[in-house]
Design a protein around this ligand. Structure first.
Ligand code: ADP
Ligand code: MG
Length: 358
């Protein structure tokens, strides 16, 4: 509320509201459709842009506001704050038929951790807001937290607060994660340059394949011929994604990457965001896309082309990033030494060439 802000207008987190007479801005359309992933994503993008224009901050302490994986605030000469938040709604982002509350908690935390990873930051604290159906038990809420804590423990991220409400319509889980980074080191979506190589961490398409396995009872799935060990691997990749914190830190601290975004959605859509923010185009080499043998087996069993599946994918929480091409040999050697799986999948081109597949 504006009244809370009036005490200390000099603080970057407490700016005074604009004067009442400021020019009116056009209304924002609130039509966010969840009917189809694709159309809702495009509309969501337009909505966020409109919100940014109308309400976004222009504080000089704000290094990055709306439009990247996390907001970046300059806090002191040697520290920037990173802030990100993510909301999961039952029936939209998860359902209790295909995931336990432990899985849902883990995924919710991983989604936020992944945003900090994509900025090259260190995750530090988190807050959780919950809306819980009246039929839920304390044990279920504990399971949700067990999942969140499991994802956060590896990075020593600690719970510091939240909010709790009843819900008339399923579970809602919101996490806000706070991180930090060295000033000037964060990886933005806007830093890619023409001629940079394009890379991804890990493998693509596993999560989508795993979700398909979880959604269809074993005997009914088209993908009957996928081996049990591969099925388990794919389902785990969906339920327990790994946020690439170590990779993101290394890419930013050692100064390798010029830009990064996380794959909280399919590669092709995320690359579009990266290109738009950087003002460049890109060409992807389909044959170079890293695909696990399990995902290949799945793709073939459902008669899909593995690279097409990998491109569309979604929620792999890998990092998509760019590195200047002149560093290619040194980068390959250094990332292999670190035992990071990082695959060159294309390069950045002039914006007028758009997004091409090779
Ligand atoms: P990601 O997929 O990385 O989680 P999103 O697509 O959710 O990113 O959001 C893109 C950008 O828009 C982020 O900077 C985010 O903070 C901002 N954003 C998303 N929703 C809203 C909202 N309702 N109000 C203000 N900013 C938002
Ligand atoms: Mg993100």
């Amino acid at each position: 509320p504006a009244s809370k802000n009036q005490g200390a207008p000099s603080s970057p987190l407490m700016r005074a509201p604009p004067p009442c007479g400021s020019a009116p801005t056009p209304p924002v359309s609130m039509a966010v459709s969840a009917r189809s992933q694709a159309s809702s994503k495009i509309r969501e993008f337009d909505l966020i842009n409109a919100l940014k224009q109308r309400y976004g901050s222009a504080s000089p302490r704000l290094v990055q506001g709306i439009g990247d994986d996390a907001a970046v605030i300059a806090s002191s000469p040697n520290r920037d704050y990173l802030l990100t938040t993510d909301l999961l709604a039952e029936g939209i982002h998860f359902n209790l038929r295909t995931a336990t509350l432990i899985d849902i908690g883990f995924r919710a935390a991983a989604a936020n951790l992944s945003d900090i990873a994509a900025m090259g930051g260190i995750p530090v604290y988190f807050l959780v807001s919950l809306a819980v159906p009246r039929s839920a038990t304390v044990r279920q809420v504990e399971q949700l937290y067990d999942g969140m804590m499991a994802a956060c423990r590896a990075h020593r991220v600690e719970l510091i607060g939240g909010d709790t409400s009843a819900s008339k319509g399923g579970w809602f889980v919101n996490i806000m994660l706070i991180g930090s980074a060295e000033p000037g080191s964060v990886l933005l979506r806007s830093g890619a340059r023409v001629g940079d190589d394009l890379y991804v961490t890990g493998t693509l398409g596993d999560s989508r394949a795993g979700l398909h396995m979880l959604e269809q009872p074993r005997g009914m799935t088209q993908a009957r011929s996928v081996r049990p060990a591969n099925r388990r691997y794919l389902m785990r990749r969906h339920l327990r994604p790994t946020a690439r914190i170590h990779e993101g830190r290394w890419l930013s601290k050692a100064g390798w990457a010029t830009s990064a975004i996380d794959l909280s959605d399919g590669l092709s859509g995320r690359l579009r965001h990266l290109c738009a923010e950087s003002g460049v185009g890109a060409v992807i080499e389909l044959a170079a896309l890293p695909i696990s043998s399990a995902c290949r087996q799945y793709a073939l069993s459902v008669k899909r082309d593995p690279p097409v599946l990998a491109l569309a994918g979604g929620e792999d929480y890998e990092l998509l990033f760019t590195v200047p091409a002149r560093q290619r040999t040194r980068f390959a050697r250094a990332s292999a030494q670190r035992q990071f799986r990082m695959t060159r999948v294309g390069r950045m081109t002039p914006a007028k060439e758009g997004l091409r597949m090779m």
